[in-house]
Write a protein that binds this ligand. Structure first.
Ligand SMILES: C=C(OP(=O)(O)O)C(=O)O
Length: 251
């Protein structure tokens, strides 16, 4: 389904912005000339509809706000001519309105890694998965701190953020001990190694961020997942978490 949906935005982008607007970024995502968050989500809604999967696909977003933090505010006007400064409160309102209007189930790094107060405030009433990436850097010290402060409810796992597979698994187990979920991720600069596909199944993490099904270093993870699925199905041991992906580790 993901691959089928991925084929659609290109058609919509060509129609709206012309063929030169279909370039992709490191992880295979499209980068058309839009500047408002809702425009990106509208494009996705249209792509899902064209693929025939309306109501069957949910969205995860990673605004990576550490990149836009300026003296206590966030400048989200980086694609416009002038700055568009938003206070943490305004940003939180923007997220809440997007959550109301789009099928978003996961929000990663909605605030800067140093802006703990905004994380804590947002997490007091957060209906979806709130993932720390820059905030936690797969490090047990920050996972513990975030749980003590009730700053998020999920950890992004990137092996080379912490350095070894053992330390990454230790961080995942600590996150699970707090009833958090664990979201296994690639890096924007990736190789064709497919190990994280085995890791996400072995950890029962339930969801993976391998990038778009665009080039070899991304697709190799999807292919390995399909091989693992065939192997497990053959042994009749496979339980697919589906929409319960956040709690797959409890299955
Ligand atoms: C995969 C990501 O990018 P990078 O590898 O650049 O941290 C991310 O931000 O989650």
């Amino acid at each position: 389904m993901g691959s089928e949906v991925y084929q659609q935005p290109k058609k919509v982008i060509v129609k709206k912005f012309g063929p030169s607007a279909t370039g992709v970024g490191d992880e295979g995502g499209f980068a058309p000339p839009i500047s408002q968050p809702h425009e990106a989500l509208d494009l996705l809604v249209e792509a899902v509809s064209l693929a025939g999967y309306t109501d069957r696909i949910k969205f995860a977003i990673d605004p990576a706000l550490s990149e836009f933090f300026r003296d206590g505010n966030y400048d989200i006007g980086f694609k416009d001519d002038k700055p568009n400064l938003q206070s943490p409160k305004q940003l939180a309102e923007l997220y809440r309105s997007l959550l109301q209007n789009y099928p978003i189930v996961l929000l990663e790094d909605p605030f800067a890694e140093t802006d703990w107060d905004s994380w804590i405030e947002f997490n007091t009433n957060c209906p979806i998965e709130l993932v720390g990436d820059d905030l936690l850097v797969t490090n047990t010290k920050y996972v513990q701190e975030a749980n003590d402060k009730r700053a998020c409810n999920s950890m992004l796992l990137k092996i080379n953020q912490i350095g070894t597979i053992s330390e990454a698994i230790e961080a995942a187990n600590l996150a699970y001990s707090f009833d958090w979920s664990v979201f296994v991720s690639d890096r924007s600069g990736e190789t064709t190694d497919d190990f994280i596909a085995d890791l996400v199944v072995g950890l029962r993490a339930g969801h993976i961020k391998p990038g778009a099904p665009c080039r070899g270093e991304r697709v190799v993870k999807d292919n390995r997942l399909m091989e693992i699925e065939a192997e497990i199905l053959a042994r009749e041991e496979c339980i697919y978490a589906g929409s319960q992906f956040r709690v797959a580790s409890k299955y």
